[in-house]
Design a protein around this ligand. Structure first.
Ligand code: KG4
Ligand code: ZN
Length: 337
């Protein structure tokens, strides 16, 4: 089954063709970073307009690179939630139009389910059940993936997402948008241990997370240094910040795996590209005797191949959209909230 997948939830216009959920025939991404950098973050209206301009050429390129023609597509999948509403609507409207024109089924896909499915593309042997840490710009969740379309939230952030914390800390340190990858590069040049950062815990909820205190600690260090005319050791702070985030995420993931009896764990989402987090997860997985599944870097960040992978399983579970499909800005991975 050849599925054309469309992803426009944030600042990447992405289209891909995926065969039977596991084989990527093409994957094309247009990144809007240059459009948003001037403003230090994603400007929703600019994102929507850029998606409008790019969606037709990017979809055309994905179909062409897959070596297919329009009638050879079996279905069209689209990210319908969660994300920036105007940005999502571009993809949803385009997908609906294409489905009418081609008389093909429409498959709505939840963005976070897509991130998890990136692991299937990278690891052909991976099948549910497994435990998954999803860490992106808007989400930080530990989820039981009980089936391809069955998810149970085990832990989540109470405030900022991990990626949001990276981006905000980077901004305070004067790094360009998007900050997470810049923090990663800066941290690579420094040893850890210079700055003592908080280790927030949520009382009574051992698998929940909180990043706002960590972010505030970086803000306070930067302001104190500025007020005293002192120079902040930015690479050392980036290294300590990354190490703390990696520690918070990995310790909870493996504690949850031990408690729930999972021997397979995965990590997905933009922050799973972070080098300190990947190293820490590998170390902890080895110590716990657990198999770890990480996507390669290009499948960590937003792309449409992961949407095409998940779409195959959504379709198999009978999830088909109609022309009443709407974009939803905020929706839990289990379809609630
Ligand atoms: O999954 P994603 O591409 O988009 C969302 O669904 O949000 O994740 C984007 C987030 C951003 O916050 C970005 O700064 C962060 O992932 N990110 C990183 C790295 N690469 C991307 N954070 C830390 N280290 C990285 N190498
Ligand atoms: Zn994402």
């Amino acid at each position: 089954m050849n599925i054309l997948a469309i992803e426009t939830s944030c600042d990447e216009t992405a289209c891909a063709v995926v065969q039977d959920g596991r084989r990527v025939l093409s994957s094309v991404i247009f990144s809007q970073i240059a459009d948003h950098r001037l403003y230090g973050g994603v400007v929703p209206e600019i994102a929507s307009r850029a998606h409008c301009e790019q969606i037709v050429p990017i979809a055309s390129r994905a179909i062409e690179q897959a070596g297919l023609t329009l009638p050879e597509l079996d279905a069209v999948a689209v990210t319908y939630a969660p994300g920036l509403i105007g940005a999502l609507l571009v993809g949803v409207s385009f997908a609906k139009g294409l489905c009418i024109a081609l008389d093909k089924p429409l498959i709505p896909v939840h963005h976070i389910r897509g991130h998890i499915a990136a692991c299937y593309l990278a690891h052909p042997s991976l099948e549910p059940p497994f435990l998954c840490l999803v860490v992106s710009g808007g989400h930080s969740h530990i989820l039981e993936v009980r089936g391809y379309t069955e998810f149970v939230v085990v832990g989540k952030t109470r405030d900022d997402a991990a990626g949001e914390a990276f981006d905000k800390a980077a901004r305070v340190l004067g790094l360009p948008y998007p900050g997470g990858v810049e923090m990663d590069k800066l941290a690579a040049n420094a040893a850890t241990g210079k700055y003592c950062l908080p280790n927030p815990k949520v009382e009574g909820c051992p698998f929940d997370l909180s990043f706002s205190g960590l972010k505030t600690a970086v803000v306070n260090l930067a302001h104190n240094a500025a007020q005293k005319g002192q120079k902040l050791d930015k690479p050392a702070l980036a290294a300590d910040f990354s190490a703390r985030v990696a520690d918070m995420l990995s310790s909870r993931l493996f504690a949850a795996a031990a408690q729930l009896g999972y021997k397979s764990v995965a990590c997905a989402g933009g922050v799973s590209a972070n080098s300190q987090l990947r190293a820490r997860l590998e170390r902890d997985a080895g110590a716990a005797g657990v198999s770890l599944y990480l996507p390669p870097l290009d499948l960590c960040v937003d792309n449409a191949a992961m949407i095409g992978a998940q779409a195959y399983y959504e379709y198999g579970a009978g999830s088909v959209g109609d022309l009443a499909l709407n974009a939803v800005a905020s929706l839990g991975v289990d379809g609630v909230g």
